[in-house]
Design a protein around this ligand. Structure first.
Ligand code: G3H
Ligand code: 13P
Ligand code: ZN
Length: 335
C-alpha cells in the first residue's frame, strides 16, 4: 500500500524550486534524526518564513526508525500549522530522502510518504548512474514525487561512502544526464564536501589576521552548468561553514576537533543567488548542538535532566538555522 505524501500535508519540491530559481535564493535542506532537531528546524523556518526541505538519511532511518520518522514529519506539518502567525499560511514542507543509494530504498520512501528522494549514483560509472536515476524517476514521477540526482563526486564522506578526492562535475555531461533521466534537480561537485573537515590547513592560505582561508568554490564550473541548463535547479551538498567560534567553544569545554574548516558563508551566499536553489547543511547543526550541550554540562555539572541540556542545544540549533535562512540562503520571507 502506498501512503501519499499529500495525505500527510507535505509538498514536493517542484513549485519550491520554480520560485527559488526566479527569486535567486536557495531552499534549505536540513537533516533531522530526533525531535529536538525537528522542532528547531521547523521553528526556525516558520519564524523566518522559509520553505523547508526536511532531509532523512539512511543513517537517520537506521537511528530513529523509518516509521517514527514518517510520523515525526507528519507531526512537523501539524506543528508548522500551530506556530504559523495568525492569518498566515504554514510554511511548505517537503520530506526528502538524502543520499538514497538504491532503487529499493527510493521506492520504499515514495511508498511511505516522502515527497522527494535523492538517488545518489555519483559513485557509479556514468551509464549506470543514468540507468539507475532514470528508473527511480520513472517510479517516483508516477506518484508526483520529485527526484534529485548527482553528477560528480564530493570529497569526504557521502553517507557510508568515502571519497579521497573530489571529481568535479563535468559540464559536458549535464544536458545528457538531465534529458535521459528526467531528474527534477541536480547535485553537483564544485569544491564542497561532507563533514566538519572539508580542507586540510595545507590546502588553505592565510588572510591578514592569520586565519585559514579555504580555496574558493569552482564558480567557473557552476556558470558553465548554468549556461547548459538555464533555469534548472542545482543542489549543493556539503555546505556547512564550520563556524570558528562554535568549534572553539566545543574545544574549550573538552572537545577535540582539529583542523575543522568549512565553506565560507559569503561563498554560499554567492552560490544561492545563482542557479543553486537547494543547499544542504547538517554538520553546522551538529556542531551548534554539541557546543551548547558541552557548555551546559561544564557550567552546570549538577544537571542530569536531559531537557536541561537538550533544551539549550535545540535553542542554539534554531538560532543557527534562522541565521542561515536570513543571511546565507536568502530563503527568509519566501514561504
Ligand atoms: O550527507 C550526509 C548527511 O550529513 C547525513 O549524515 O548519514 O550521518 O546521517 P548521516
Ligand atoms: P555538511 O556535512 O557540510 O553539513 O553537508 C550535509 C549534506 O550534504 C547532507 O546531504
Ligand atoms: Zn550530502
Amino acid at each position: 500500500m502506498v501512503t501519499s505524501y499529500k495525505k500527510l500535508g507535505l509538498t514536493n519540491t517542484r513549485e519550491m524550486f520554480e520560485k527559488a530559481v526566479d527569486g535567486g535564493y536557495a531552499i534549505p535542506g536540513y537533516n533531522f534524526n530526533n525531535m529536538e532537531q525537528l522542532q528547531a528546524v521547523v521553528g526556525a523556518c516558520s519564524e523566518t518564513r522559509s520553505p523547508l526541505i526536511l532531509q532523512v538519511s539512511e543513517g537517520a532511518r537506521n537511528y530513529a526508525n523509518e516509521t517514527m520518522l514518517r510520523y515525526m514529519a507528519e507531526g512537523a506539518v501539524e506543528y508548522a500549522k500551530e506556530i504559523a502567525a495568525a492569518g498566515e499560511e504554514p510554511i511548505p514542507i517537503a520530506l526528502h530522502l538524502d543520499h538514497g543509494d538504491s532503487f529499493e530504498i527510493c521506492k520504499d520512501c515514495v511508498d511511505n510518504g516522502f515527497s522527494s528522494v535523492m538517488i545518489d549514483g555519483s559513485q557509479l560509472p556514468y551509464e549506470e548512474n543514468v540507468e539507475l536515476t532514470a528508473k527511480v524517476c520513472d517510479y517516483a514521477h508516477e506518484h508526483a514525487v520529485s527526484v534529485e540526482g548527482e553528477l560528480g563526486v564530493l570529497a569526504g564522506i557521502e553517507d557510508d561512502v568515502e571519497a579521497e578526492e573530489s571529481v568535479y562535475t563535468d559540464p559536458e555531461d549535464v544536458e545528457d544526464f538531465v534529458s535521459r533521466t528526467n531528474v527534477d534537480s541536480l547535485a553537483i561537485s564544485i569544491g564542497t564536501s561532507h563533514g566538519a573537515n572539508k580542507f586540510t590547513p595545507e590546502q588553505c592560505t592565510r588572510n591578514d589576521a592569520g586565519e585559514l582561508v579555504p580555496p574558493p568554490l569552482r564558480f567557473d564550473i557552476l556558470e558553465e552548468i548554468e549556461e547548459k541548463l538555464p533555469g534548472f535547479p542545482i543542489v549543493l551538498h556539503g555546505s556547512s561553514s564550520v563556524p570558528r567560534d562554535v568549534v572553539d567553544k566545543i574545544n574549550k569545554y573538552g572537545g577535540q576537533l582539529e583542523d575543522a574548516i568549512g565553506i565560507p558563508e559569503d561563498q554560499l551566499r554567492k552560490a544561492a543567488k545563482s542557479a543553486v536553489c537547494k543547499i544542504n547543511i547538517d554538520s553546522d547543526g551538529r556542531l551548534a548542538v554539541t557546543a551548547a550541550i558541552r557548555e551546559t554540562m561544564a557550567e552546570q555539572p549538577e544537571v542530569f535532566d536531559p531537557r536541561k541540556y537538550l533544551g539549550p542545544g535545540r535553542e542554539a540549533l534554531k538560532e543557527l538555522y534562522k541565521h542561515k535562512n536570513r543571511n546565507v540562503l536568502g530563503s527568509a520571507n519566501q514561504a
